[in-house]
Design a protein around this ligand. Structure first.
Ligand SMILES: Cc1ncc(COP(=O)(O)O)c(C=O)c1O
Length: 459
C-alpha cells in the first residue's frame, strides 16, 4: 500500500512517523531490554494507528510538569496533550478524587449528584455572556458531536461551516467538520452539508494576504453563509494548537456574519480552556461570546476523561430528545476532579502565572531567534507557544528534518514536546511549571538548536 504524501507530512508533523530514522536511532540508543519488551507487547495487543501505536517509549510516572519513563528518566513534558493545566498528579485533585471515590463513585441515570451540579454551576459562572447551560460528556469529540446535534435541532438546518486543517475529535461526525486529511481520508462518505473554508493562517493563505492576515478569510465565511443561505453553525477552534492565533477582529467578524445569516457560532476550546492562553476561556481574548463553547482535556484534572458543552440559555431546546446520552454524563468523581482543578487554578493565580511566564518565554525565544538561523518565527498566547523552524528565511522552506533532530536531541536532554506541520516546535508545558523549570527547558532548546544548526540566515 502506498502512503499519500499528505499523510506522511502529518505523521512527520507529530514526530510519530514510525519509519523515521531519527526516531529509530533514538530508540536504538536510549531504550533498554525491558522497555523494548513492553513496546513490543504494546504493538502486539493494540490496534495500530497513526500518531499512536507503535509507541515511542513507556511511561511509569508523572508529577508536576514532568513525566518519567520506565528507565527512570525524567522529561519536562511540553506536550501533555494539553491536559496538565493543574500539573500532572496534582495532590489536591487526587485528594478530591479519592474522597469522592469513597462517597459516591458513580451516578446512575435519572439521579444527579452534588459535585456534578456544583461543577456545572461553576462553569456557567466562569463562562462569558449568556452561556448558562451545561452538558457533560466523556470526551471532547462527543461534546463537539452534541454541539453539532444541538445546532441542527435549534436551527432546523443541517449545514456546517468549518475550517480546513482544523481538528475537532476523531468521531465520524467530528472528522466531517474537521479538516485534516489523515483523519478524513479512506473511510468513505462523511456527514453531508459540511462546507470547509480556509483557516485564518496568513502563512498558507489562499487569498495571499501576505505578512498579516487581512481578514479576507472572514469575509469568505460571510460569502458562504450568504450563498448557502441555510447554514446551522460555524464551528472553529478559537486559536489553533499549531499554534496559530487569529487576529483580534477575526472572531468579531465571524460572529457578526453568523448573526446576520442566522447561523450559530460554536467555538472549540477543548485543548486550551481553563487557562492555557492566560484566560479561563480563549474567546475572552477576542471579546466574542459564542452560542456554544466546547471544553475538555484538563477539565477532568488531567486524570479523568471529561468534556463539556456550555450553551446559551435559550438553546435549552431538546428536552424531549436525547442530546448526549452518555453513561458517565454526571460522573461524580470526574466532576470532583474538575471542581478541584478550577479551585486550584483560581487560588494559585495560575492564569496570571501563565500570562507572565508566557510573556517571559516568548521574549527569551525571540532573543534566541536572533542567534539561531533555524528559527523562522516565534509566536504564542500564554503558555501555548510555537517555534517555527525554516531552512530559508525568504522562501520559508520548512526545516522538517532539522525539527525532528531538535526534537529527539531535546528528548535526550530531558525535554518532551511535539512537532506540528512538520517544523513547528509546539510548546505546551504544565501551567504550574516554575520559572526555573522553564529556564531549564529553554537552555535545552538553545543547546539543541546550536547542535543541529541550520543553513538559513537570521531574519
Ligand atoms: C481542538 C480539539 N477538539 C477536539 C478534540 C477531541 O478531544 P478528545 O480527544 O477528548 O475527543 C481535541 C483533541 O485533541 C482538540 O484538540
Amino acid at each position: 500500500m502506498s502512503i499519500d504524501p499528505r499523510h506522511l507530512d502529518h505523521l512527520r508533523s507529530e514526530g510519530d512517523l514510525n519509519i523515521s530514522a531519527h526516531r529509530q536511532a533514538w530508540q536504538q540508543e536510549q531504550l533498554d531490554a525491558a522497555t523494548r519488551h513492553w513496546l513490543e507487547e504494546d504493538a502486539r495487543y493494540f490496534l495500530h494507528q497513526s500518531l499512536s501505536t507503535p509507541c515511542l517509549n513507556v511511561l511509569a510516572g508523572s508529577g508536576g510538569a514532568s513525566i518519567q519513563d520506565l528507565q527512570g528518566r525524567k522529561y519536562l513534558d511540553f506536550h501533555g496533550n494539553n491536559v496538565h493545566q493543574a500539573g500532572f498528579g496534582n495532590p489536591e485533585v487526587i485528594a478530591a478524587i479519592t474522597r469522592q471515590l469513597h462517597e459516591l463513585s458513580f451516578c446512575t441515570r435519572r439521579y444527579t449528584n452534588v459535585p456534578a451540579i456544583q461543577l456545572a454551576k461553576k462553569l456557567t459562572e466562569l463562562a462569558p455572556g449568556k452561556l448558562k447551560r451545561v452538558l457533560f460528556a466523556p470526551g471532547g469529540a462527543t461534546a463537539v458531536g452534541m454541539a453539532l446535534k444541538l445546532a441542527r435541532a435549534a436551527t432546523g438546518r443541517f449545514k456546517m461551516i468549518s475550517m480546513w486543517d482544523s481538528f475537532h475529535g476523531a468521531g465520524l461526525d467530528t472528522i466531517s467538520v474537521g479538516g485534516e486529511a489523515i483523519f478524513r481520508g479512506g473511510i468513505g462518505p462523511l456527514l453531508p452539508g459540511c462546507e470547509h473554508v480556509p483557516p485564518p493562517d496568513n502563512r498558507h493563505c489562499p487569498f495571499s494576504c501576505g505578512a498579516a492576515c487581512n481578514l479576507k478569510c472572514a469575509d469568505y465565511i460571510e460569502y458562504v453563509l450568504e450563498k448557502e443561505g441555510d447554514v446551522a453553525a460555524v464551528i472553529g477552534e478559537t486559536v489553533r494548537s499549531t499554534p496559530f492565533i487569529p487576529p483580534k477582529d477575526y472572531w468579531r467578524k465571524v460572529r457578526a456574519a453568523c448573526d446576520k445569516h442566522g447561523a450559530l457560532l460554536i467555538l472549540d476550546e477543548i485543548p486550551h480552556c481553563l487557562g492555557r492562553t492566560g484566560k479561563m476561556f480563549t474567546c475572552e481574548h477576542y471579546d466574542v461570546v459564542p452560542d456554544m463553547l466546547v471544553i475538555g482535556k484538563g477539565l477532568g484534572g488531567g486524570i479523568f476523561p471529561l468534556a463539556a458543552l456550555i450553551a446559551r440559555e435559550d438553546l435549552n431546546v431538546m428536552a424531549d430528545k436525547a442530546l448526549g446520552h452518555y453513561t458517565h454524563e454526571k460522573n461524580p468523581v470526574a466532576a470532583a476532579a474538575g471542581l478541584a482543578t478550577i479551585e486550584f487554578l483560581e487560588r494559585e493565580n495560575i492564569l496570571e502565572h501563565t500570562r507572565t511566564l508566557g510573556e517571559y518565554t516568548l521574549n527569551r525565544l525571540r532573543e534566541m531567534q536572533a542567534e539561531h538561523p533555524l528559527i523562522g518565527d516565534v509566536r504564542g498566547l500564554g503558555l501555548l507557544i510555537g517555534v517555527e523552524l525554516v531552512r530559508d528565511h525568504v522562501t520559508r522552506e520548512r526545516a522538517t528534518d532539522e525539527a525532528e533532530q531538535v526534537m529527539y536531541e531535546a528528548l535526550r536532554q530531558g525535554l518532551n514536546f511535539k512537532l506540528t506541520m512538520g517544523s513547528i516546535l509546539t510548546l505546551t508545558p504544565a501551567l504550574t511549571i516554575t520559572r526555573e523549570e522553564m529556564d531549564e527547558a529553554l537552555a535545552i532548546l538553545d543547546r539543541c538548536l546550536r547542535k543541529i544548526g541550520g543553513a538559513g540566515k537570521p531574519a
